[in-house]
Design a protein around this ligand. Structure first.
Ligand code: NAD
Ligand code: TYD
Length: 341
C-alpha cells in the first residue's frame, strides 16, 4: 500500500508515520508537508535516503498541480490527510491561513484524489467541530450537529463538509475521523501539555485561561494513530468515526498533574484572561469505533503523561530546535499582549 500522508512533519502525522512504518513492512509513505512553524522535517529525517519506504516532498496541499502530479506519478492507493493549521489561539489572531490550508487545501486534495481515483481518503478531523458541552451533557456522537465556535473549528467543520460532499456527490471513498485532544511525543510547545512542561521546567509562570475549569478529553497520540489506521483499513466510506481517550480533566487538573510530575510548585499557575469563545467542555462517545473498528484507547492518562514527560526530558535538543527565533518572538509577544504573562 502506498500512502500519501499530508502534514507528516507535524505532531500527529509524525507519530502516525513512525507507527505505520514500524508495524507494517508492506507500507510505503510519501509525506507532503509545507513545513510551517509546526512542521519539523528532522522528526523523520532518519527515514529519508533509503528511498524505498519513505519519501518527503516539500509543498503546499493547496498547490493543485503539485498534488495532482504526486498522486499520478506515485500511484498512490490512499490519502491520509493530517495537514492543517491546528492552533485555536493562532486562528483567533489571524484566521486567513486556516481558511487557506484547512478549507482550500482540503478542497484541492479532495479534487485531486477524485481525479486520480484513490481507493481511500481518510480526513483527520477534531471533536472541536461539535462545539461545546455543558457539564452534564452526554458526550458527542457522530450524529451530534456541528456547531464550531472558533475560526479553527469552523475551518475544520468546513473541510469535513467538503469531504462528506465528495463522498455523496462523486463517490470518493472518504472516511472522516474526529478525535479529542492529543498529547505525546513531538507535540509543538504551544499546546497546553508541552507548554506547561516547558514553562514548569524553566520555573516560568504557567498561563491557565479563565478559572481553569474548562474540560478537555485527552488521548495519547499513539491511540489516535491506531484509530486512524483502523479507519484506513476497516472504515466504511462515507462514515464518521469518533475517537476519545475516556480521560476528561479540567485544565487546572491537567496543569497540576504536570507540575507535580516535574517537581515544580503549583504556585507557578497564573490565571490569565480567558480565550474568546472558549469551549467549556469536550467529551467523545467512541462506541462506533469500538464496535465497528475493534478500536479502543489503550493508554490511560497517568501512563501517557508519564511517557510524554519522559520523552520531553530525553529530547531537550528537539525542544530547543523547534523553538526557533520566530517561534520565540511570536509566543513571547502573543502572551504579553493577549494574556498579560
Ligand atoms: P500540527 O500543527 O502539529 O501539524 C500540522 C502539520 O501540517 C505541520 O507539519 C505543517 O507543516 C503541515 N501543514 C500546514 N499547512 C500545510 C499546507 N498548506 N500544506 C502542507 N502541509 C501543511 O497539527 P497536529 O496536532 O499534528 O494535527 C494534525 C491533524 O489532526 C490536524 O488536521 C488537526 O486538525 C487534527 N487533530 C488534532 C488534534 C490535536 O489535539 N492536536 C486533535 C484532533 C484532531
Ligand atoms: P490547547 O492545547 O490549545 O487545545 P484546544 O484549544 O485545541 O483544546 O488547549 C487545551 C485547553 O487548555 C484549552 O481549554 C485552552 C487551555 N489552555 C490554557 O489554559 N493555557 C494555555 O497556555 C493553553 C495553550 C491552553
Amino acid at each position: 500500500m502506498h500512502l500519501l500522508v499530508t502534514g507528516g512533519c507535524g505532531f500527529i502525522g509524525t507519530n502516525f508515520i513512525l507507527h505505520l512504518l514500524e508495524t507494517d513492512p508492506a507500507v510505503r509513505i510519501t509525506n507532503l508537508d509545507k513545513l510551517t512553524y509546526a512542521g519539523n522535517r528532522g522528526n523523520l529525517a532518519h527515514l529519508e535516503g533509503d528511498g524505498s519506504r519513505y519519501a518527503f516532498v516539500h509543498g503546499d496541499i493547496a498547490d493543485a498541480a503539485l498534488v495532482e502530479q504526486l498522486l499520478a506519478e506515485h500511484a498512490i492507493d490512499a490519502v491520509v490527510h493530517f495537514a492543517a493549521e491546528s492552533h485555536v489561539d493562532r486562528s483567533i489572531t489571524d484566521s486567513a491561513p486556516f481558511i487557506h490550508t484547512n478549507v482550500a487545501g482540503t478542497h484541492t486534495l479532495l479534487e485531486a484524489a477524485r481525479k486520480a481515483g484513490v481507493q481511500r481518503f481518510v480526513h483527520v478531523s477534531t471533536d472541536e467541530v461539535y462545539g461545546s458541552l455543558g457539564p452534564h451533557d452526554p458526550a458527542f456522537t457522530e450524529e451530534t450537529p456541528l456547531a464550531p465556535n472558533s475560526p479553527y473549528s469552523a475551518s475544520k467543520a468546513a473541510s469535513d463538509m467538503l469531504a462528506r460532499a465528495y463522498f455523496h456527490t462523486y463517490g470518493l471513498p472518504v472516511i472522516i475521523t474526529r478525535c479529542s485532544n492529543n498529547y505525546g511525543p513531538y507535540q509543538f510547545p504551544e499546546k497546553l501539555i508541552p507548554l506547561t512542561y516547558l514553562r514548569a521546567t524553566r520555573g516560568e509562570p504557567v498561563p491557565v485561561y479563565g478559572d481553569g475549569s474548562n474540560v478537555r478529553d485527552w488521548i495519547y497520540v499513539l491511540d489516535h494513530c491506531r484509530g486512524v489506521e483502523a479507519a484506513l483499513r476497516r472504515g466504511e466510506p462515507g462514515k464518521v468515526y469518533n475517537f476519545g481517550g475516556d480521560a476528561e480533566r479540567t485544565n487546572l487538573e491537567t496543569v497540576h498533574t504536570i507540575l507535580d510530575a516535574v517537581g515544580a510548585p503549583r504556585s507557578l499557575v497564573r490565571f490569565v484572561t480567558d480565550r474568546p469563545g472558549h469551549d467549556r467542555r469536550y467529551a467523545m462517545n467512541s462506541s462506533r469505533a469500538k464496535k465497528e473498528l475493534g478500536w479502543r484507547p489503550e493508554t490511560d492518562f497517568a501512563t501517557g503523561i508519564a511517557q510524554t514527560i519522559r520523552w520531553y526530558q530525553t529530547h531537550a535538543a528537539w525542544l530547543d530546535d523547534v523553538q526557533s527565533g520566530a517561534y520565540r518572538q511570536f509566543m513571547e509577544k502573543w502572551y504579553a499582549k493577549e494574556r498579560g504573562v
